[in-house]
Design a protein around this ligand. Structure first.
Ligand SMILES: C[S@@+](CC[C@H](N)C(=O)[O-])C[C@H]1O[C@@H](n2cnc3c(N)ncnc32)[C@H](O)[C@@H]1O
Length: 394
């Protein structure tokens, strides 16, 4: 570690030793975190800020919580939990990279949290199984990999307390959004489709895959908060015990039927419903996907309260994300993209706000979506969407 160029930065309420960004720049001058000997990505700060608010909201009603940050890099997230969350008993931070382990140890010292943070240098699955074998299971496990989280899910499900929470990131959005369909089927057991709602589909495919894996361990899944940002999907779920809970969660899976020519899409919960679809070669089917809510109203409001109470979390990008997720509550799954509708209808695209106003004035609900600046959700039938679109673009 002596030879690695480093710098000390501040994130949230902690100080951190991280690689010197200026030594790992691409030709265009942008820092490339995967080139550094230890991974730290400043662009994921919102992801970590929100995880602090989520775990604070989650842990308030529990006995002091035991946390595992199993893919910890510099240890930033786990150390932030230890410093910024009130009701912590202990945080384990783990990474298989021995250099990361050295950074974690130094960062624990720098923040004076030796009494409640412990660094480990193991394969993440082994780490979780080892703790379980020793009789220690967790209230919260954070899974923040490069790419897919799937290889860590089974161990995490086996090592979480009943009523405990998993925080899961997936950065393989090209897979989840249908650019590599076979990889999605292999990893997530779900067929994606390239469509204008692919970003939300990515969230719903990842959730479905976790529900299926949880069911195999007789666990049900309660989705508390999930979203798509920049180039990743993030979900916070709580696990419920028992075959009945697992079955209830499985009932919230379904399939999306998408007509590539007309832009129509709808959800079917039972495969037998597919027999009722008129024969049209433009229909494609994707799934299984999670068809339940992607955020829970009460939990979202608890998280928003934590964010509003803390000045360093109360910044525009984060508060806007939470407001948009709030607006999407109780709206149907998936969304339209106004530019794509323009292409389908071969008409100039009207301003999105005008389209939303038109739908609302026709008595329907319509809102922008958090994951796509040109996206909107509505409960209006497609004919009404097209009618508004045509009226506004003529
Ligand atoms: C995306 S980085 C984690 C970033 C970190 N959570 C943060 O917020 O800065 C993924 C980390 O997982 C580690 N890793 C990858 N596979 C692992 C495994 N099987 N067991 C333990 N660590 C692993 C890598 O060394 C890397 O540091």
């Amino acid at each position: 570690m002596e030879k690695i160029p480093i710098q000390v930065i501040q994130e949230g309420l902690v100080k951190l030793i991280v690689p010197d960004f200026s030594k790992y720049l691409r030709e265009n001058g942008v820092y490339e975190p995967t080139w550094a000997p230890v991974f730290y990505n400043p662009q994921m700060k919102l992801n970590r800020d929100l995880s602090v608010a989520v775990v604070e909201a989650f842990s308030k009603s529990r006995k002091p919580v035991l946390i595992a940050d199993i893919l910890a890099g510099t240890g930033v997230r786990g150390i932030r939990f230890a410093v910024e969350i009130n009701n912590i008993s202990k945080v384990y931070i783990n990474d298989k990279n021995p250099i990361a382990y050295e950074f974690m140890v130094k960062n624990i010292e720098l923040n004076n949290v030796k009494n409640r943070v412990e660094a480990e240098n193991l394969d993440a699955n082994l780490m979780l199984r080892y703790h379980k074998f020793a009789g220690e299971i967790f209230d919260y496990i954070d899974i923040d990999p490069f790419g897919s989280p799937i290889e860590f899910i089974d161990s995490a499900l086996a090592s979480i307390k009943i009523g405990g929470m998993l925080g899961i990131t997936a950065t393989d959005t090209a897979v989840l959004e249908g650019k590599h369909a076979n990889a999605c089927i292999r990893k997530y057991f779900s067929k994606p489709v390239k469509a204008y709602f692919s970003k939300e589909l990515a969230i719903r495919i990842m959730l479905a895959s976790i529900v299926l894996r949880a069911a195999s361990q007789e666990l049900g899944v309660d989705v508390k908060l999930s979203y798509y940002d920049k180039y990743y999907v993030r979900a916070y779920i709580v696990l419920m015990k028992g075959a009945r809970k697992a079955d209830e969660s499985l009932k919230k899976l379904g399939y999306v039927v998408f007509n590539k020519r007309s832009g129509e899409y709808f959800i079917v919960k039972d495969l037998s419903e597919l027999f009722n679809i008129p024969h049209d070669k433009h229909y494609v089917i994707a799934g299984p996907i999670w068809c339940g809510n992607i955020c829970e109203k009460e939990f979202l409001s608890k998280v928003s309260k934590v964010v509003m109470e803390r000045e360093y979390l109360r910044y525009k990008e984060l508060t806007k994300l939470l407001q948009m997720l709030n607006a999407e509550l109780n709206m149907p799954p998936l969304y339209y993209n106004v530019d794509m509708l323009g292409k389908i209808l071969k008409k100039p695209t009207p301003p999105l706000n005008s389209l939303i106003e038109c739908l609302v004035s026709n008595g329907y609900k319509a809102v922008r979506v958090h994951c796509d600046p040109k996206g909107f959700k509505t409960d209006a039938p497609l004919e009404v969407v097209y009618e508004c679109f045509r009226r506004l673009s003529s």
